[in-house]
Design a protein around this ligand. Structure first.
Ligand SMILES: Cc1cc2nc3c(=O)[nH]c(=O)nc-3n(C[C@H](O)[C@H](O)[C@H](O)COP(=O)(O)O)c2cc1C
Length: 217
């Protein structure tokens, strides 16, 4: 499918998207996922413990959303119970897409196989919808927030694997993301987002510091 390449999907580079699935009847879930192209299909790896994995085990349909709205990434990582405003239903497809997506791909899950402790979800595109046709300028703040969110979501798995040195590095990396944001925007929203990510990360990390000082390790 030429259109997938035109949208930026590639066999070699991850495209950071938002995947929408159904976790139970009419209850939607969104999660950022790094997607690549394989022949005419899209695929991503899901780690054990992600709600997306359980959702795809029960229902074989999903939408892969191209989103440039950083608040959507924030809401999908720091979930609240009612994220309903994020979704726009479709009359023809069982899974909604992200209302503010620039484009979305309605997909059927072809297979979900375990590869080295993670699960490879291969998805067949059924329908591609492009909602926004105006180019955007490039900026440094959006990727810095995405990068910071990736570091934040690595804390739990690193904790499980007891990778203490890696965890320390994550904080340094988060501080670097803050540096980029401070030097590339005066938009309050971005500054609030990076503060939120760092404070949530520190909360997660404090727990390890406490458990180490209690001799739990
Ligand atoms: C930009 C970005 C890309 C991500 N890509 C993946 C991925 O490819 N696979 C994965 O399992 N988790 C990935 N994550 C982490 C998940 O999105 C994160 O753990 C999320 O909370 C899982 O949500 P869920 O439990 O609703 O599925 C990514 C996070 C970010 C911010």
């Amino acid at each position: 499918m030429k259109i997938l390449r035109e949208l930026g999907f590639s066999p070699t580079t991850f495209s950071e998207t938002i995947v929408v699935t159904e976790i139970s009847n009419g209850i939607w879930n969104c999660a950022p996922m790094g997607v690549r192209l394989e022949n005419d299909n899209l695929y991503f790896y899901i780690y054990e413990g992600a709600r997306t994995l359980n959702a795809l085990r029960r229902k074989k349909y999903l939408t892969i959303n191209i989103v440039y709205d950083v608040s959507v990434f924030m809401k999908c990582v720091f979930k609240k119970r009612s994220n309903e405003e994020l979704y726009e239903p479709s009359s023809k497809f069982p899974i909604p897409h992200i209302a503010s997506a620039d484009a979305y791909i309605e997909c059927e899950l072809l297979s979900l196989k375990e590869v080295n402790g993670k699960f490879k979800a291969i998805c067949k595109p059924i329908n591609v919808v492009i909602k926004r046709s105006i180019p955007r300028t490039f900026n440094r703040a959006f990727p810095a927030i995405i990068e910071a969110l990736i570091y934040y979501t690595k804390i739990k798995p690193f904790k499980r694997l007891k990778l203490k040195r890696e965890l320390k590095k994550l904080i340094e990396r988060l501080m670097h993301c803050k540096y980029i944001i401070k030097h590339s925007t005066s938009n309050r929203e971005y500054l609030e987002y990076i503060e939120k990510i760092i404070s949530e990360a520190l909360k997660e990390l404090e727990e390890i510091a406490n458990s180490a000082s209690n001799g739990d390790d």
